[in-house]
Ligand binder design. Structure first.
Ligand code: X2X
Length: 359
């Protein structure tokens, strides 16, 4: 009898250990992105899902839903839908989550990172530093599991009217921005007329002339053929959208430890790939070399040449020209420092200064 009880207890104990590992996985996990699959963002998301599928021998199947399909266009609600489990995974913009996670506005402080001696070194210093930890903590405290950083890129300005090299050139210009308050503040400070709009509605608004301009990274606006409407690009790098790979925490807990490791590594690798795609030909050559080394060079490896090919005039601002915009937006930086949290902003300044000094 004793033996039988012991055997039963042992069986029960084994079950307790084995049940989580045997938990049924979903046939399909949904992953949300805002733009199309042909952007760096879309390619970085697809690479992640491919790696996970391959390495799990098809047991974990994540499907990328592009063009804000899962949020029916409402990109600034996307965070809530991952948090409540309607969406399982996302590769999402810091901008789209910033209405709920105020700390993410750090990356949208005008000319905060762009003003550094090397803006990519500065960005990487934040991600690797104390400020990056604080940002990730803020994201996780709000209820999603952070996996890795990606990158949409530094955001440049395009418009249909004229070359923009000074705040005066933008006076009264109607510019589409994401529905996130700091963007309204920044463009008003410059003297433009910003309108908030989802990305899914933006091309129609551009075609109909409802707006004259928009701001996005090159790898995001080129695939939608913005050059058919906008001839002018201003490279001012005023803010960056670093983009995050995230997962709903309850979904995360259903994966076995080995599978969590597999997913985590895939997100980190895909994030590196996405960062390189967003930077190719815009950095010191590091992104190109990395993509070459993994055998994944994209079709376009020289953005400025390609933008000229499709008839765009690219205005790369001089430091003095950039300063004129930074001066206009300085009050916005001051105001948002305290909203974001002095601790994080000061930590980012320290992280960037340390990286610049060690260069
Ligand atoms: O809406 C945008 O501009 C985009 C695609 O860059 C984001 O989702 C932040």
């Amino acid at each position: 009898m004793k033996k039988l009880v012991a055997a039963m207890l042992l069986a029960a104990a084994l079950c307790a250990f084995t049940v989580p590992a045997l938990a049924e996985y979903k046939a399909e996990y949904k992953l949300d992105i805002v733009p199309s699959l042909t952007t760096a963002w879309g390619m970085g998301a697809t690479y992640f899902t491919d790696l996970v599928r391959e390495r799990s021998d098809g047991r974990i199947n994540i499907k990328v839903y592009p063009n804000s399909q899962l949020t029916t266009g409402a990109q600034t609600n996307a965070f809530m839908l991952v948090r409540n489990g309607t969406i399982d995974f996302a590769v999402q913009s810091s901008i789209n989550y910033s209405p709920q996670i105020v700390e993410l506005n750090l990356f949208a402080l005008p000319f905060f990172i762009a003003n550094q001696p090397d803006k990519y070194v500065a960005m990487d210093a934040i991600k690797a530093g104390e400020s990056g930890k604080l940002v990730v903590k803020a994201v996780e405290d709000k209820g999603v599991k952070f996996l890795a950083w990606g990158e949409n890129g530094f955001r440049e300005l395009t418009n249909s009217k004229r070359e923009i090299r000074s705040p005066k050139d933008m006076e009264g210009m109607k510019i589409r921005v994401v529905g996130s308050p700091i963007f309204l503040d920044a463009f008003r400070a410059i003297g433009a007329n910003p309108l908030t709009m989802n990305w899914s509605d933006t091309m129609a608004a551009i075609q109909q002339g409802v707006v004259d301009g928009q701001e996005n990274p090159i790898s995001t606006f080129y695939p939608v053929k913005i050059h058919e409407y906008h001839k002018y690009v201003t490279d001012w790098h005023y803010v960056i959208d670093p983009t995050m790979y995230v997962v709903n925490p309850a979904v995360w807990k259903t994966f076995s430890e080995d599978d969590q490791k597999l997913i985590q590594e895939a997100a980190e690798e895909a994030g590196k790939y996405m960062v390189a795609l967003a930077r190719i030909s815009l950095d010191d050559g590091t992104a190109y070399k990395y993509l070459e080394s993994i055998g994944k060079l994209p079709e376009i490896t020289d953005w400025y040449k390609e933008l000229a090919n499709v008839g765009m005039t690219v205005s790369i601002l001089t430091p003095e020209e950039t300063r004129a915009f930074a001066e206009k937006t300085a009050p916005v930086v001051d105001e948002w420092r305290s909203k974001i949290g002095e601790e994080i902003v000061a930590a980012a300044e320290a992280d960037m200064a340390a990286a610049a000094a060690s260069k």
